[in-house]
Structure formats: structure tokens, C-alpha cells
Ligand binder design. Structure first.
Ligand SMILES: [Zn+2]
Length: 423
């Protein structure tokens, strides 16, 4: 028996670049039939005027559990994801304690069973994310970790990164690298530029990020390993990745919605929600990032959803923690800024948020294929709306987008055949 037939909309499947009339048949929580044709069975969900795409995948999320449950839990983060159209999310290991052993990975997966979306833990590369000793990655892989990263900070020691890459090559998983040398960043709280000087805020040079990207690319080449560069922010980083791809280095890269719509002059407001790590760069970087998404140098749009409590973000700029929440707004931001401003078409955008991250993590998502979990996102591409604080499902409210007007909105999110969000 078929549980669900979604028809009447525009089907988008990045696996074969299909963009056209179509329908999806779901049976027992899995895809049973994918119809890429005008001729469709009568559905029980009418998707007229909607885009029907594989559930969105966010490979960079901070869920804060264990340790900081007042900021976010696995359950609340999953609800925020569902509201943003995400059906699979990968959570970073900078919890307390860090996800650096089998027990912690099992803890996340146990909690994830009751979550609204699929949650995939990323294990730490080094014990306690201290950068001194390799973590038990094989054990964590066996328990279900999908990739490894010390995200939150960069691996400062080059030899430690080399060993991490070699280990992950053996396990056939990607290293996700947060690139920033702490010594060069020198305690900076924003991009080092004219604006850091004029605002009287300590600047972090872009070289802190770019130099580590260069190191990691060379090490990936030397060890013949896969490297994924997280949250790329600058022209220099893009150029390094472009050249590495030309040389056949196995590199993929992501950027985040906030780097596409904010530049360092926006910090004039001293809005601590714009304090992120690595920092928001200049206008030229912003333009280059958009081009890099269009040309395929950057493979993924991820949110780096980083919840913090109101009282933490209410501190002075120097003392507020880095990060903003992004799950609820990501699709709307990029639809408005990239699709409706003709930087990308819908198919390319959806590929950056489904198939590409799913392939990097090697998870069963990001495409329509019989017997895969029936994860589906419906998008109204033309819907105009204003993002309000009441739209936030996350436990934290540190979004710089409250009050923004958007065009394009997720209207329904389905995970394994079950509706987990509906407008
Ligand atoms: Zn990071």
C-alpha cells in the first residue's frame, strides 16, 4: 500500500539534473516510485506551484548536547532543522564533553532516535578537541560517526592534521577542517580591515584562515586523502581551492548563508549576532563566494547553526561568543539572494543543499531513489514573507535575520514519510 503520493509540483532531482513535472510515491517510509513526467497518479498531497525536492542536508550544525542544553538540545535543534526544510543534519563534536569516543557517539545516536530529523554525529579528530592526541576514530566510526572534525577551532599542529588525514583515509571518511591559525588570528573578533580599525574592534587577518587552508590542501595531496574545508569566507581561500581542484586534490568546500549577505561594514551596528568564526569578510569576498558557488568551486551551503543564549549574546562585542542560528532561515536567505537575483537556478541551489553534502558524508539522502528514506522538502518558490522571532524553533534566538523580508519558503518537511513540519 502506498502511504503518500505527492504530485502536481515541479520535481527537482540533482542526481540526474531533473527539473520538471513529477511526483513521488512513498511506501512504508521509503521512496517507492519516482515519476519524472507530466503523467502522474492522483496524489494525496497536492504540490501545485511547489518545488518537490529531496530533503535538505545540513552538514554543519551545533546541537550543544551534551553540556549546553540551555542553548540547544538534539530535539530542539532537530525541530529547527525541520522548520528550515532540513531532513538530515550532521552535528559537530564541540560539546561538553566533546564527541571524542564511542560512548558519546552512541549517546547522540540514542537521543537522535526521538528527533524530528536524521541526526548524524561528527566525531572529534583529537581527544577533547585539544589538538594533541588523536581520538579513537575507528571506534567512533564503528559506532556511527560519519566524519571527523575539531570544528570550533582549527587543528593548530600540522603533524596532527597529517595523522588525522591518514587515519581518515583508512576509514574512508572525510576530514572536515575549520581553518584558522589562532596565533595569526591574534584574538581578533572581526575581520581585520578598515572597519575593524574604525569600529575599534580587534581584527583577525584573513591570512589566519587562508594559510591553514593551504596547509590542509598540501597535506591532503601528500597523503592522498579527502579534505573538506568548512565555512570558506574569502577570495584567497576560494583561489586556493580552485587551484587544488585543478590539480586533482580531493577537496570539497562549504560556505554559509551569512557570508553571502553580510560584509564587515555591517558590523557598524555592533550586532553580536554577526560575530562569527571565521569572521564575515569584505564586500568583494561576498561577491566572490557567490561566484564560487555558481562555478562549483564551493560544493555545499551549510548553516554552521550555532545557538547561544540571549544573555551571552547581550555581552559587549569583545566578550560575546561567536555564532548565529541559521537552520530556520538558510533556504529563504539563499532563495532570495541567489535564485531571485539570478546567481543560481533552483536545481543548482538544491544540489548544494542536498546531493553534494550527502555524498561528502556518504549518507542515504540528497536524491530521489527507490528504497531510500522518504525525506522530502516542499518549497513555495514565490512566497513572500517576513521572518519573525516567533518562527524560531531553536532554543536560542541569536539570528541576525529577524525582520528580514524573504522570497521563497519551505512549506512542508517530510522525514521517512512522516510530516515533521508544515506551514
Ligand atoms: Zn567552524
Amino acid at each position: 500500500m502506498n502511504d503518500l503520493i505527492i504530485s502536481g509540483g515541479t520535481l527537482v532531482d540533482p542526481i540526474d539534473n531533473y527539473f520538471g513535472p513529477g511526483a513521488v510515491v512513498v511506501s512504508q517510509g521509503k521512496f517507492a516510485e519516482i515519476i519524472k513526467d507530466k503523467k502522474q497518479p492522483k496524489g494525496n498531497i497536492d504540490a501545485s506551484g511547489m518545488i518537490i525536492c529531496p530533503g535538505l542536508v545540513d552538514m554543519h550544525v551545533h546541537l550543544r548536547e551534551p553540556g549546553y542544553e540551555y542553548k540547544e538540545t538534539i530535539q530542539s535543534g532537530a525541530l529547527a532543522a525541520a522548520a528550515g526544510g532540513f531532513t538530515s543534519i550532521a552535528c559537530m563534536p564541540n560539546t561538553e564533553p566533546a564527541l571524542d569516543n564511542q560512548e558519546q557517539i552512541r549517546f547522540v545516536l540514542e537521543k537522535a532516535k526521538a528527533a524530528a530529523v536524521h541526526v548524524y554525529p561528527v566525531g572529534a579528530l583529537t581527544k577533547g578537541r585539544q589538538g594533541k592526541e588523536l581520538a579513537e576514530m575507528a571506534d567512533m566510526r564503528e559506532a556511527g560517526a560519519v566524519a571527523f572534525s575539531d570544528d570550533g577551532t582549527g587543528v593548530q599542529n600540522g603533524n596532527m592534521m597529517r595523522r588525522s588525514l591518514e587515519y581518515c583515509r583508512m576509514l574512508d571518511v572525510a576530514v572536515l577542517s575549520h581553518c584558522q591559525y589562532d596565533d595569526l588570528a591574534d584574538g581578533g573578533v572581526m575581520n581585520e580591515s578598515y572597519y575593524s580599525t574604525s569600529l575599534g574592534l580587534r581584527g583577525a587577518t584573513r591570512i589566519a584562515e587562508e594559510l591553514m587552508i593551504a596547509r590542509d590542501l598540501m597535506l591532503a595531496q601528500y597523503t592522498n586523502s579527502k579534505i573538506h574545508i568548512q565555512h570558506v569566507t574569502s577570495i584567497g581561500g576560494i583561489e586556493l581551492i580552485r587551484n587544488a581542484k585543478r590539480q586533482g586534490i580531493k577537496v570539497t568546500a562549504e560556505t554559509c548563508p551569512h557570508y553571502l549577505v553580510f560584509s564587515d561594514d555591517c558590523l557598524k551596528t555592533y550586532d553580536t549576532n554577526l560575530k562569527v568564526n571565521p569572521p564575515i569578510r569584505g564586500k568583494k569576498d561576498m561577491a566572490a563566494l557567490k561566484k564560487a558557488l555558481a562555478s562549483g568551486i564551493i560544493d555545499v551551503i551549510a548553516t554552521d547553526h550555532a545557538p547561544h543564549a540571549w544573555e551571552e549574546k547581550a555581552l559587549e562585542f569583545d566578550y560575546a561568543p561567536s555564532g548565529l542560528i541559521g537552520l530556520e532561515t538558510a533556504l529563504a536567505v539563499v532563495a532570495t539572494e541567489l535564485v531571485h537575483k539570478n546567481v543560481l537556478d533552483w536545481l543548482s541551489l538544491i544540489k548544494l543543499m542536498t546531493l553534494n553534502p550527502a555524498q561528502i558524508l556518504n549518507i542515504p539522502a540528497g536524491r530521489f531513489e527507490n528504497n531510500l528514506p522518504a525525506d522530502i522538502t516542499l518549497i513555495d518558490p514565490e512566497l513572500e514573507w517576513t521572518f519573525a522571532e516567533t518562527d524560531i524553533k531553536s532554543l536560542s534566538k541569536n539570528s541576525p535575520f529577524v525582520g528580514w523580508k524573504f522570497k521563497g519558503r519551505v512549506t512542508k518537511t517530510i522525514v521517512s514519510g512522516k510530516t515533521v513540519f508544515e506551514l
